[in-house]
Ligand binder design. Structure first.
Ligand code: DC
Length: 247
């Protein structure tokens, strides 16, 4: 289906743990834009696969062995086409951007380490990327939207009005993730294991054949290792306002 943009679209790409979600949330509050967390879509597909079958167990335990047979790829692709995914804003909850799968709120269940690794694996399946493409374009085309992900500026919205590519050292990203988990009261893995998981996801997200993680030629790179969240938000908000203004 052909979609036409009805307002400005901002693309924010970058590897896991660079702060895309926190930054996007703050920018959306300041500019009154809609937040589209595209990673959540791949996470929902991964969650469904994990819940329905056991075939993803092996790759979440040993991510390097993640080669799906054509039959399994077909099952995953078919499953991804059947899912009905929606985003709902609920300011009384944290996170407030709730993810609804077939009518059920799965926002918390898609954030486990197991789902993180599995989402990276299913995101390399072409049928999955194809099924999620239309929804991402539809959500973005409504306009005044910020989409965060890996291939927004390169594949989903090559004509985005503003494109950012966020980076940070892998050590800094593991440190941030650790503090986040500690603050949420969740079971906390060691710093070393987080570092390994993030490095592994970087590797698989940027080396896959389809829509790999990479900076679009016209994206503005934001290196965040030594910047606070406030500093990053201020810098990006200024750029967006200069280029397209607020809603
Ligand atoms: O942003 P995230 O960590 O929630 O994303 C989970 C996985 O989904 C990530 O490892 C790669 C994949 N992904 C993708 O391939 N393309 C996107 N636009 C967003 C996420």
């Amino acid at each position: 289906m052909k979609h036409t943009k009805r307002g400005p679209v901002v693309a924010i790409d970058g590897p896991a743990g660079t702060g895309k979600s926190s930054v996007t949330k703050r920018l959306c509050q300041a500019l009154k834009y809609v937040h589209v967390d595209t990673g959540a879509l791949y996470r929902v597909v991964a969650l469904s696969c994990l819940e329905k079958r056991v075939f993803l167990r092996q790759i979440t335990e040993d991510p390097k062995s993640r080669v799906f047979s054509p039959e399994i790829e077909k099952i995953i692709s078919d499953l991804s086409r059947e899912l009905h995914i929606e985003f709902k804003q609920d300011l009384s909850r944290n996170p407030s951007n709730r993810v609804i799968l077939n009518g059920e709120d799965v926002s918390d269940r898609i954030r486990t380490a197991e789902v993180s690794m599995a989402s990276s694996a299913v995101s390399a399946v072409s049928g999955v990327r194809a099924s999620l493409l239309g929804l991402q374009r539809k959500l973005g085309c409504a306009g005044h939207a910020i989409l965060e992900g890996r291939d927004i500026g390169t594949v989903i919205f090559p004509d985005a009005d503003v494109k950012f590519f966020m980076t940070a050292s892998v050590e800094e990203r593991a440190k941030r993730r650790l503090s986040e988990l500690e603050a949420s009261g969740a079971d906390t893995p060691s710093y070393e294991s987080l570092l390994r998981q993030i490095a592994e996801r970087d590797r698989s997200d940027s080396t896959r054949q389809l829509a790999p993680l990479k900076k679009a030629d016209d994206a503005i790179e934001i290196e965040t290792t030594k910047l606070s969240l406030d500093e990053v938000v201020a810098k990006m908000e200024k750029i967006i306002r200069e280029k397209v203004g607020s809603a």
